[in-house]
Write a protein that binds this ligand. Sequence first.
Ligand code: SF4
Ligand code: SF4
Length: 152
Amino acid sequence: MSYITNIFTGFWSVLAGMVVTLKYMFRKPVTEVYPRVKKPMFPRFKGPTSFVVDEKTGDHRCISCELCVKICPSLCITLEKERGEDKKFHLKEYKVDYTLCSLCSLCIEVCPTDALTHAKDYEIPALSQSEMINDFLKPFREKQKTSQPVAP
Ligand code: SF4
Ligand code: SF4
């Protein structure tokens, strides 16, 4: 008797499995074919911090006030500035060590000119720690060389 029961139980479990398979065969696939197809990130996704590109000037909006440096709990921002002939401070260097940054957003919130944002980039692999120190002014320097606009 148990032999017959086992046959029916086995048959039933295969049938139940096939029903589930059939159900999913006609549904829209949910698999992401990453990295061939890259998923656009959600609006509230917090990627690494980066400079905002000003729409009018095409430049960054940093005024070298150092508020972000002072508030950063991870001490991962390095800023160098110099006073220009116009008596204003000009940014010489702005680097963030991504190995230390906790994405707390404090630097973004404190910035008086909305110069910082969280990028939507999620592909930031590196082979060494030094590669994780991001030079925020690099794309702006390259833009000056090629006269190409900096990608927002
Ligand atoms: S708080 Fe904003 S404007 Fe001030 S130094 Fe930082 S990024 Fe520049
Ligand atoms: S997000 Fe937080 S930890 Fe990262 S640089 Fe800004 S203040 Fe520092």
